[in-house]
Design a protein around this ligand. Structure first.
Ligand code: BGC
Length: 726
């Protein structure tokens, strides 16, 4: 597998490199920054599932202190490429074993000094993070090395940690802190093993807790420090636990940890890796996307995968529909344990969803648009600022993107289908589905003329058009939720009739279930018109017809937000992202080829693809209607989005950069369900060939009911071999 690497130092790419070369393990993400960087370069050890709010600012995920801070000085000169021009610089990530590396050569007077390092996140003891840092000089030289914990962390919305204690004991540093809002413990620890003798002098300055070593270097000798670091949070014994873990890791040694890490990734890639023969870029892009998905996989039922993964605090570290609709399928195919965490996270989040519904005066569960712990809604009424004036823009994402419930029930259904884990239904799964349905029952409005129920004043996936009636995607999903809820109740009944009867009685769901049954077939489902196009929402066809190029001429600021009340796209047919196309791509069995073709042709030119969720849906649909060459471009733009750094970095005045996990998951969907036409029929699989001429062959594996299927698709054949050779 090829490395993702860049030769030469690029100051203006520091922020994007922080995303490109990200390390993670689901517990934390560590940005792809250099050891000498500070908050100015957006170093972040971003944590999953722990949040804090400062005053009225946005509630966001937490960046812990940075335990990988190291600098080297030669006399007064700091060896830092942002300060002195290096002779050479290489920075990269080996996705094969999840290792970040860099090598920088500096020249000072007559000396050439090389700094090289590698680091990786522990994938089993997920609190831990290691680094091996090496300095070498071509001549004898005295250097000063400082290494320890940087306490001055980068934050988007205020400070979140209050430091309680700093421990310096037996060569270990620990910083104990608590979150400001909830008082949860967050502890960062660090220790080093060195191959040289030097007594470390402890320095506590500039918000950094450091050990300073003066080293008299001999020419061509390597001076190595191995850092054993970690972060632990929320547990009452976070300090003791982390102390035990770091101590143990150090005892085992760097090499042992390195070998364990390699073994972890070898096993992961064996199931998850995809070979794309004939197209190196596609192979790199898809496996990089998979690397990001694996690095973000949840570690418990209390966490899921945020929209920007663990690359920082963008989008508040919150979980969106992105996870269920775009990322979950990868885990269903390769890692059911993580898939289960994703579903359980929503079951636990029922608490937050019920209180959100209540707050808006509805029954049932209304899931958070931006979900934090326990399903807490983090989305505010003002999510965007005007790029020109800086004024907050009122958006209705929080209260009107009701399609989120549909994504969650869809995920539960798919998980149960693929895993056969009926127990989850009794562990809150059924309650979740019924409460989601209950919300929809309450939300819908009866139309006396048509005798159908309508979803009024909603927002579909296309966020540029707010408060619209009968968004096709939303209505079809509501209908789907009613069907799926009844189907899951029946499934549970078959498994355990006594238990389900008791459950319905205890929860007093009899009348509710009856209502859901009655509502099936009664939701208004916008059908194709006489040109076979489905109207995105009532009145959409009457909006101004304008080309994307002409609309762009009306834009006054490069970061301008195009939707909302005054957005330039709002009165027009230009849409932010796949909407009807998402519906056709995700529920393909509900629509004919003719309808799919007509809608693809109609909506493709009207779609800005302003969201990273858009391209993969167009790729999927394009494959389905026999346009693989068209699909290819969209597939590649999803797969390479973070490597190219081409995604939008701002929504109005708000920074929205980071890893785009939905695009990663979407690229996976496009490749295996689009180009390779994979289909699940209960536990049977089928595949098809819809490859572009650019791709000669695709090979991947699917874990299907504990059996592994190897799929090989060429330009003319599709072949499935089961583990036992059948
Ligand atoms: C998109 C949403 C998406 C969110 C997080 C927004 O720009 O419109 O559909 O869920 O980003 O990725």
């Amino acid at each position: 597998m090829k490395n993702i690497e860049h030769k030469g130092f690029r100051k203006n790419e520091i922020i994007l490199d922080g995303i490109r070369y990200l390390l993670g393990n689901g517990y934390f993400g560590y940005r792809g920054t250099l050891s000498e960087y500070t908050k100015a370069e957006m170093v972040a050890l971003n944590l999953n599932g722990i949040y804090d709010q400062m005053g009225e600012l946005w509630r966001e995920s937490i960046n812990a202190f940075n335990p990988l801070y190291t600098i080297v000085r030669v006399r007064d000169t700091e060896l830092n490429p942002t300060k002195i021009k290096p002779v050479s610089h290489v920075q990269g990530i080996r996705i094969e074993d999840g290792v970040f590396y860099r090598e920088t050569v500096f020249s000072i007077k007559d000396h050439q000094i090389k700094i090289s390092s590698e680091r990786f996140a522990d994938q089993k003891q997920r609190q831990l993070l290691y680094e091996r840092y090496v300095i070498k000089s071509d001549s004898n030289l005295k250097v000063d090395l400082y290494t320890g914990i940087d306490l001055d962390v980068y934050n988007l919305s205020g400070k979140h940690l209050e430091i309680l204690d700093q421990v310096d004991e037996a060569d270990f540093f620990f910083v104990k802190a608590r979150t400001k809002q909830l008082g949860l413990p967050v502890v960062v620890g660090e220790t080093t093993t060195r191959n040289f003798d030097a007594k470390g002098e402890v320095l506590n300055q500039n918000n950094k807790l450091l050990r300073h070593y003066s080293i008299q270097m001999e020419a061509e000798s390597e001076y190595i420090i191995e850092k054993f670091t970690g972060v632990c949070h929320t547990r009452f014994d976070s300090y003791e636990h982390l102390d035990m873990l770091v101590t143990k890791a150090q005892k085992l040694g760097y090499l042992r940890k390195f070998t364990e890490n390699k073994a972890f990734w070898r096993e992961k890639w064996d199931i998850s890796g995809i070979e794309v023969i004939g197209d190196d870029d596609a192979e790199l892009g898809i496996n990089y996307s998979i690397y990001q998905l694996i690095s973000s996989r949840p570690y418990s039922d209390r966490v899921s995968i945020p929209a920007r993964g663990l690359s920082g605090q963008v989008y508040k570290g919150a979980v969106f529909w992105d996870t269920e609709m775009f990322m979950l399928p990868f885990f269903l195919n390769t890692d059911l344990e993580s898939a289960r965490h994703i579903v359980m996270y929503r079951i636990i989040g029922l608490k937050g969803a019920k209180s959100k519904a209540e707050a808006y005066g509805f029954k049932g569960a209304f899931y958070a648009w931006e979900s934090q712990e326990d399903g807490y809604e983090a989305c505010s009424d003002y999510n965007i600022t005007d790029a020109l004036t800086g004024e907050p823009v009122r958006t209705y994402f929080r209260e009107k993107q009701i399609h989120i419930n549909g994504a969650i029930v869809n995920a539960l259904g798919r998980y149960v289908e693929r895993s056969g884990d009926i127990d989850i239904l009794f562990l809150g799964g059924l309650e979740m589905a019924i409460e989601c349905s209950k919300f929809y029952l309450d939300y819908l409005t009866y139309n006396r003329d048509t005798k159908l129920y309508e979803a009024l004043q909603v927002i579909g996936p296309d966020e540029y058009h707010e408060l619209v009636d009968n968004n096709a995607y939303t209505n079809y999903l509501i209908d789907f939720v009613f069907d799926k809820t009844i189907e899951l109740i029946e499934l549970a009944r078959e498994e355990n009739p006594g238990k389900i009867a008791q459950f319905i009685k205890d929860k007093d769901y009899q009348a509710e279930i009856q209502k859901i049954r009655q509502m099936r077939q009664k939701v208004y489902l916008p059908g194709p018109d006489d040109t076979n196009v489905i109207e995105q929402f009532s009145g959409y066809f009457e909006l101004e017809d304008i080309t994307l190029a002409d609309l762009k001429k009306r834009i006054k600021h490069p970061n301008e937000y195009l939707g909302g009340k005054d957005g330039v796209a709002t009165p027009t047919k230009i849409i932010k992202q796949a909407d009807v196309v998402t519906l056709l791509a995700l529920l393909p069995e509900k629509f004919t080829k003719v309808v799919k073709k007509a809608n693809f042709n109609y909506y493709e030119p009207k779609t800005e693809h302003g969201s990273s969720l858009s391209a993969s849906m167009h790729a999927l649909l394009a494959c389905d209607i026999g346009k693989p060459n068209y699909a290819y471009e969209h597939f590649m733009s999803s797969a390479l989005i973070d490597l190219n750094g081409k995604a939008k970095q701002f929504a109005g005045g708000i920074y929205i950069g980071g890893t785009h996990l939905a695009a990663c998951g979407g690229a996976y969907l496009a490749l295996i369900y689009g180009f390779c036409g994979l289909k699940h029929h209960n536990y049977v699989l089928s595949a098809d060939t819809r490859l572009t001429s650019k791709i000669k062959e695709v090979r991947f594996k699917i874990l299907n009911k504990n059996r592994l299927a190897a799929i090989k698709v060429t330009g003319t054949t599709a072949n499935i071999t089961w583990e036992n050779g059948k």
